[in-house]
Each structure stands twice: as structure tokens, then as C-alpha cells.
Ligand binder design. Structure first.
Ligand code: GLV
Length: 391
């Protein structure tokens, strides 16, 4: 009798309690990204099905628009009292609001999650989107390395600005650039993206160095000629191309500082497709302005996005005074392959659905929980436990 009563109770509760889910943008929906024809049909179909499922099993509230301000997000969280929030990188979630909320899980449709501040106990499970964008970002990183080495942006602008006149004929020593062959590539941070760049460039036979907090012995077995550097300084000193692939956190903020930049070879290339604040941009600009260093740059990310006009003016002035410096500046676009963005949204929706359906830690095995939380999963008193008790 007791057993029957208990199981009936659980069934009734789980049928009646629909967790509240707040999405900070309508971009995630079946009618927006799920209907975007740039994305393949099969991916759109998955998004539509998942959207329907999420709508059925939750009490879903979606922000009407794309970019709520921090205040608008805080207000919705205070009023709606969501259990779960879904967001992406343009939606900053502050710790105070989260601290005072019922939120027990946050999903972000990005692989980086520095836009989500942690509560004091850091007991809200966060999910992100690994495994679907590393190939796309690696591709793009290689594309901007190659474009920078061959000076494609300046050459395109040359035609665009009507400078290719009849007198200006093809000549043997004109607009000389250099190839990647013979260069030393230094990867800072050997996560999914750093590894994927190596997988792609290794067959080209260039020398590759890497720095990470851990040496990756297993990975090195497949790529025996790559070289681990225990000190990041060695990567900056010895590479012709330094490419940054670390997440942004309190350890990596402004990690690429004046001291490291000073070590870079003359005419080396600095690439950042990770997060802007990892680089001390002000110091870099200062060093370029004062001729303290001579390096080229390819940046997809910036400390403040969109890039503010004062910083853009500084870049332009440097280019005017030092036209030989090759610059490629792109508005945070590395993962923006249509299907990749669709797949990110699939993971994001799936994770929220699996969290809603979960009743124990084992049920979270397939959920893409951020690495720090995954490591502590069995050791912490997570807020989600209260939800499971309520079910
Ligand atoms: C984009 O920058 C991401 O973190 O997915």
C-alpha cells in the first residue's frame, strides 16, 4: 500500500510540476533559428521538435526580442522566478540576481560561459555547447592565419579603393608576403579547438609548440613532433604565430600582457579567437603606437564588444603610421557556420529538456555540464536537489 501511495504521489507531482524556464532571447525558438533557411533542413527539424518538447514539459517564458539589458534580465528573473535560464553570450547574468533566485540550472548556447557570474556557493549547474563548434572555429582560425600571412585584407582593399591602376602592373617583387611553410606555430591552450587546429595543420609539416596547464601525453602520441612548453614565455618567444585558445576566467584575464608581448619575434602574428579580455589590448596598442613591438594581428574577439570607436581609431592610426603591420579585425564570428549554430541550439535545448526530466545525478550523464561543475558533481549540494525532491 505504502509503496503504491509513494509512487502514485511521485507520478502526480511530476505530471503537475512544470519547471519555469526563462529564455533571454527569442533567437532560440522554432520560429527564429529553427526556421532559418541557411541551416539544413534536418537540423531545423530537430530544433522544432526539441522546441515543442521544451514547451510541453516546462512553463516557458521567452524574452520578446534579442538583447535584453542586464536590468531587463534581472527584472524577469525577479518577477517570473525561473528554475532554469537559457541564454547566450550577449546575455550577462549577474551573481546577485542569481543568488536571490530559484534558478537551479543555466544553459548557454555557447561553448564559453564567462557571461554567467557564479553565486557564492556556485551551486547552480551550468551547461554549454562543447563538441559541435571546435572544427568550425579551428577552420576559421586557420583561415585568418592564412589571410593575414598573405595580406589578403590589404590586397582586397587595394582593389576596392581603386588603387590598381593601369600603370601598376604585376611585378616580381611587388606586394610580397610569406607562406606558413617553415613557420613555428604556438598554441596557447590545448582544449578542443587547439587540438583541432593541430589535427588540421600537422600534415602540413610545420613545427608546432603548445602551452597548457597540463601536458597532453595521450594527444602527443598521435602527433609526436608537437612540443609541450612548460612556460608560456617560451611559446611567445619561439613562435612565428601565436594562437590563443584558453577560456576566460580569473586566471586567464589579461594573461597575454606586456611582458609576454615583448617576447614576440619581429613580424610574428598574434591570433585571438578565444575571448578578448585574455589579452591586455591597451598594452598591445600602446606598444604598437610606440614602436616597442612589430607584430601582426588577427582578432575575432575584443575586451569590449562591439569594439568601441576609440579603440578602433587607435588601430586605424597605427595602420596609418605603420602600414606594414597586417591587421585582421572581425566581429566575433568564428563559430558562425549556419549548421554549427543550429547544432549549438540543439545541444542547448536538449540539455534543458534532459535537466527537466532528470531525477538524479546519473540522469545528468548526457548533459553538457561545464568542466568545473562536472568535476565537482558528486561533491556539491546543488540547488537541483530541491527540484528533484519536489518532483
Ligand atoms: C562563442 O564565442 C562561444 O563561446 O561559443
Amino acid at each position: 500500500m505504502i509503496i503504491k501511495f509513494k509512487s502514485t504521489k511521485i507520478l502526480v507531482m511530476s505530471m503537475t510540476y512544470k519547471p519555469k524556464v526563462f529564455l533571454t532571447s527569442n533567437v532560440f525558438s522554432d520560429m527564429e533559428i529553427g526556421s532559418n533557411e541557411a541551416i539544413s533542413e534536418v537540423i531545423r527539424k530537430d530544433i522544432k521538435n526539441l522546441w515543442q518538447e521544451l514547451d510541453q514539459i516546462s512553463n516557458l517564458k521567452v524574452f520578446k526580442g534579442r538583447f535584453p539589458s542586464e536590468d531587463q534580465i534581472n527584472k524577469r528573473v525577479e518577477e517570473f522566478k525561473p528554475d532554469i535560464i537559457g541564454c547566450h553570450l550577449s546575455h550577462f547574468l549577474n551573481s546577485e540576481t542569481l543568488e536571490n533566485s530559484n534558478v537551479f540550472a543555466i544553459s548557454t548556447s555557447t561553448v564559453g560561459y564567462n557571461h554567467i557570474q557564479r553565486t557564492h556557493k556556485d551551486n547552480i549547474i551550468i551547461t554549454h555547447t562543447p563538441g559541435v563548434l571546435h572544427e568550425t572555429v579551428a577552420d576559421y582560425t586557420i583561415a585568418i592565419i592564412m589571410a593575414n600571412l598573405r595580406n589578403l585584407v590589404d590586397l582586397h582593399n587595394y582593389i576596392w579603393d581603386n588603387q590598381w591602376t593601369p600603370e601598376d602592373k604585376w611585378d616580381l617583387d611587388q606586394s610580397l608576403s610569406s607562406v606558413i611553410t617553415g613557420k613555428v606555430l604556438g598554441i596557447v591552450g590545448l582544449g578542443e579547438i587547439g587540438k583541432e587546429i593541430i589535427r588540421r595543420l600537422y600534415p602540413w609539416g610545420i613545427k608546432i609548440l603548445y602551452y597548457d596547464i597540463n601536458q597532453m601525453n595521450e594527444f602527443e602520441q598521435d602527433f609526436p613532433s608537437i612540443e609541450f612548453k612548460e612556460n608560456i614565455e617560451d611559446v611567445f618567444r619561439d613562435s612565428d604565430i601565436v594562437s590563443i585558445h584558453v577560456p576566460l576566467n580569473k586566471y586567464t584575464e589579461k594573461m597575454v600582457n606586456r611582458d609576454l608581448l615583448k617576447l614576440m619575434k619581429k613580424n610574428a602574428l598574434l591570433v585571438n579567437t578565444a575571448r578578448g579580455p585574455v589579452l591586455d589590448l591597451d598594452s598591445l596598442l600602446d606598444m604598437l603606437e610606440t614602436n616597442e613591438i612589430s607584430i601582426n594581428i588577427a582578432f575575432d574577439v575584443f575586451p569590449i564588444e562591439p569594439l568601441n570607436s576609440k579603440i578602433l581609431e587607435r588601430f586605424k592610426k597605427i595602420k596609418q603610421q605603420r602600414p606594414e603591420i597586417r591587421m585582421i579585425l572581425i566581429p566575433h564570428n568564428a563559430s558562425a557556420d549556419a549548421d554549427t549554430r543550429g547544432k549549438m541550439n540543439i545541444l542547448f535545448l536538449q540539455d534543458m529538456i534532459n535537466i527537466i526530466k532528470s531525477s538524479s545525478l546519473e540522469d545528468l550523464d548526457e548533459v553538457h555540464i561545464i568542466p568545473e561543475h562536472k568535476k565537482q558533481l558528486k561533491d556539491k549540494q546543488w540547488r537541483i536537489f530541491n527540484y528533484w525532491d519536489k518532483k
